[in-house]
Design a protein around this ligand. Structure first.
Ligand code: GLN
Length: 309
């Protein structure tokens, strides 16, 4: 496995020149685009790492998974999905077109509009400190903190997300103060994680919500089932369909360069590679995930992974 990861890392590096770091806020543009790392934590407690797996970067959209997990646990399935859909949007993550023209609800919780709505359900019942503890627990990473510089930068370049938040408010979807909800959403995007934190989170999801090493139940199994399905159909923005076909694993990306993924019942996968493609997904990260899935026959529908009929 270690040799395979090293090989995959080298192959991934070939894609870096074709991507670029996020530039919608100055802080993210400063990341070193040549960084790349992949980390795997397996159900039986083994850990494999190659490349930059302990470099801290901001979680960005991967926080939408944590946001949704908290809301499903604390507000319940009916409440969350009464105001947010479960459909892939086919639009960019920060789009407001489909929200305004074709739907009264955000398409799903993995795009900005859906995640801001979800944050507004949580804002009255969970403060940021509690959310931070929740994230640290799920990732088994006490080192997760708020990256103040990124948070400030996001706050002062939030026109688009603010427009989404106010549009949601006009449709009666926001359940708390609109500015406070936006602030919670942005703070959650600004949590600093590593590829290892993401592998740990992936492992918890792969194991139905229980950490296989500590035995602790962190999420209910139904919540995990919902999250994994939405990650598979919506986790890679408007690249989700392609990823489902080529990789075939639940995955969630962030513009900080992270990818959270998992092979169900087997392993959690954490990736860092801040050079992004045009859709905002790590360009080398996606290639590494595709290769990993191919080499280990991890695709959900891989013929090789089926027991004989
Ligand atoms: N902070 C980013 C935003 O709200 C997160 C989006 C992303 O990672 N795609 O625009």
């Amino acid at each position: 496995m270690q040799t395979l990861l090293e090989e995959i890392l080298e192959k991934g590096k070939e894609k870096i020149p074709y991507g670029k770091t996020a530039d919608y806020i100055p802080e993210l543009g400063r990341a070193d685009k040549n960084r790349l790392g992949i980390c795997i934590f397996t159900r039986d407690g083994k850990q494999y790492r190659a490349g930059d797996t302990s470099t801290r970067f901001t979680i960005q959209s991967i926080s939408k998974v944590i946001n949704l997990a908290a809301a499903l646990e604390r507000c319940g399935f009916e409440h969350v999905f009464s105001k947010v859909g479960m459909e892939p949007s086919g639009e960019a993550f920060n789009s407001l077109v489909e929200l305004d023209l074709t739907s009264s609800y955000p398409f799903n919780p993995m795009i900005n509009s859906g995640a801001i709505a979800v944050a507004s359900f949580l804002e009255p019942i969970m403060d940021f400190e509690e959310m931070l503890e929740f994230a640290r627990n799920l990732c088994q990473d006490p080192g997760i903190t708020l990256d103040e510089a990124v948070c400030q930068s996001e706050m002062s370049h939030a026109s688009r997300n603010r427009a989404i938040a106010y549009l949601l408010e006009s449709k009666g979807i926001i359940e708390s103060d609109v500015e406070k909800s936006l602030q919670l959403y942005i703070k959650l995007c600004s949590l600093s994680v590593t590829a290892q934190s993401l592998a740990n989170l992936g492992l918890v999801l792969a194991c139905g919500g229980t950490h296989p090493v500590t035995g602790e139940r962190l999420l209910s199994s139904h919540v995990v089932q919902v999250i994994k399905t939405i990650m598979l159909t919506c986790g890679m923005y408007d690249g989700s369909g392609t990823s489902a076909v080529l990789v075939g694993l639940p995955a969630k990306s962030g513009v900080g360069g992270g990818i959270l993924s998992l092979a169900d019942r087997k392993m959690g996968i954490g990736i860092y590679g801040p050079a992004l493609d045009k859709k905002g997904n790590s360009i080398a990260g996606q290639e590494m995930l595709r290769l990993l899935s191919e080499k280990l026959h991890l695709h959900l529908f891989a013929e090789e992974s089926r027991p004989p009929a």
